[in-house]
Design a protein around this ligand. Structure first.
Ligand SMILES: [Zn+2]
Ligand SMILES: [Zn+2]
Length: 344
């Protein structure tokens, strides 16, 4: 496929602006990149985080979000390391990493020392350029968000994002095949972030308890993973009743609708549900600072809390340091559930 390539993408032109289908030009393909025709993309919290301007100085606009792409390879850069990839192969897209820092050399790619710059700024390449520009005025557009900016009909993606679609083509009819590609697109971030936090990091025992704040796709993945390892109690917390009903279908043993609490706080309710102890593990998928505070407060003695949803840059919270210290609590930040996408 010839470059430059004129196509279109859902561009955010300014912080907080709507997504606008906008003509863009993909100018070139570097040797370590692939041109992918995006067929489907999930929508993840971090896309809205980018669109809202919460990334602050990390991201200049215009920018193309999207980081759960699924599609078909249309061109392959000359130095792409995986020589088994072919034009026409179906692929899922995940995050990128530098491949050279200490965590990357240990295959801990989600802990890449350069994760924020490579994934959140939408810039590619050490020289700070972008693959695409706006067609009408030639301005560069941030077009490698998580190495892929998948809210685009075509995207020049970094090779590290690319995971071959694991299901062979001949198994399915053409139409069904594309449907399954759609179903698996959110593997690129949401599913592995939620499930990986439970399975790779927290590893709860069956006698332990988990609370998940935010019943979206990341929260559902965490709930399903916790249910799959048969923890004693999985408490889903959200503001929307129908999402909590779905959370129960997916394995939550209890649900708390914080919009409907008659008295007390969500922390009181979690303590009531756990016989006064609190939970052994808590996950925040919302990135809302006041929710993060509640997550820390609801931990049991020795409990661990994980922030896995992006917060506005430079957001701060209030912590009861005495209780945190006395109860030997732990608070960790997790990206992508510590997953290595080709192995998920
Ligand atoms: Zn790295
Ligand atoms: Zn995401």
């Amino acid at each position: 496929m010839q470059l430059p390539l004129e196509t279109e993408a859902l561009v955010v032109h300014a912080p907080g602006a709507d997504f606008a289908m906008t003509p863009i030009v993909i100018q070139d393909l570097r040797p370590d990149e692939l041109l992918v025709e995006i067929k489907y993309s999930g929508i993840c919290h971090t896309d809205i985080w980018l669109q809202s301007g919460a990334a602050g100085p990390l991201v200049e606009f215009p920018a193309i979000p999207g980081h759960e792409g699924a599609g078909i390879i249309r061109a392959i850069g000359s130095e792409v390391k995986d020589k088994t990839l072919r034009v026409g192969d179906r692929v899922l897209l995940s995050f990128t990493a530098c491949g050279e820092c200490t965590p990357c050399r240990e295959e801990q790619f989600s802990r890449c020392a350069d994760f924020a710059r490579l994934n959140l700024t939408g810039l590619r390449r050490p020289d700070g350029t972008t693959p695409a520009a706006l067609r009408d005025d030639g301005r560069p557009v941030r077009s490698q968000f998580f190495g892929q900016s998948s809210f685009s009909r075509f995207s020049a993606v970094h090779e590290h994002c690319v995971v071959r679609y694991p299901f062979p083509k001949e198994e399915e009819e053409e139409e069904e095949e594309e449907d399954t590609l759609a179903i698996y697109a959110p593997m690129g971030c949401g599913y592995q972030t939620g499930a990986g936090t439970i399975l790779n990091i927290m590893r709860p025992r069956p006698d332990q308890t988990v609370a998940v704040f935010g019943a979206g796709s990341v929260g559902f993945a965490a709930i399903m993973a916790a249910a799959a390892v048969s923890v004693k109690q999985v408490i889903a917390v959200d503001l929307v009743e129908r999402k909590l009903e779905l959370a129960k279908e997916m394995g939550a043993t209890d649900a708390i609708n914080t919009a409907a609490l008659q008295k007390g706080t969500v922390v009181d309710e979690i303590r009531r549900l756990t016989g006064g102890r609190g939970v052994d593990f808590a996950i925040d998928t919302t990135g809302v600072p006041s929710v993060v505070e509640k997550m820390l407060d609801c931990l049991a003695y020795g409990g661990t809390a994980a922030s896995i949803g992006a917060t506005p840059m430079e957001a701060r919270i209030s912590v009861d340091v005495g209780a945190f210290f006395a109860n030997k609590k732990t608070w960790i930040g997790v990206a992508e559930g510590d997953s290595h996408p080709p192995k998920v």
